[in-house]
Design a protein. Sequence first.
Length: 245
Amino acid sequence: MRLELSFSLKYPKLPVDNKCIWISFLKNCLSKSGDGRFYNQYFEGTPNKDYTFSIVLPGPKFQENIIIFEKNSLKMMFSADDRKKTGLIFFQAFLQAKGKVFPLPDGNAMKLEKIIQIPEKLITSDRVLFRTTVGGGFVIRSHNKETNKDRFYSFRDEGFSEQMKEVLKYQAVNAGFKEEDGEKIEFEPIRCRKVLVKQYGILVDCTCGVFELHGNSELLQYFYQAGFGSKHSMGYGMLDVLSEA
């Protein structure tokens, strides 16, 4: 399921470091929907999450710690794999949140005004041209358990291809696919660039733009619906399909 959520804001601004706002919003929606019975399914411990989102701001201008935009509005693009009815669960939660004020930092606030379901593509080819959704980019991360530190790779970094295979293999297995399906994914950058996103006080290397993926068509469909790469449930890795070979 693919949704477009439209919000109004008290003031046309957000902190640069705003990922925590959207995670809090999603948690709030699920905690108040259906007596909160689905909350633990997505936010208790570290479950595999099969959704992604991207935030679209109108004419954003970035200052040191604040983003100022042209209108008192913004959009959240939300996508989910529906094998576990995740899209339906969140859609119902969003409906209950519609029209309610959600507080933001610095005296700001937002209100969900409109929810639109967007048609999805059905991927049938093993070669697809993707573009990262406006406002987003994908992340490839390695985590050192001994130091408890993360390293983030963009598409031109040394070790990117090797770490991408590890990330996609892990994501594929957790989604019920074969390990080899993740290992066999091939990535070809077409028009990509590196961007830095501030999250919880650190800068995260992301890759944005147009690229081609070659692999199992069902796994490509999953990446399209649930998000591609590391931290996809935190607002990274949402993709649009441009064409199929």
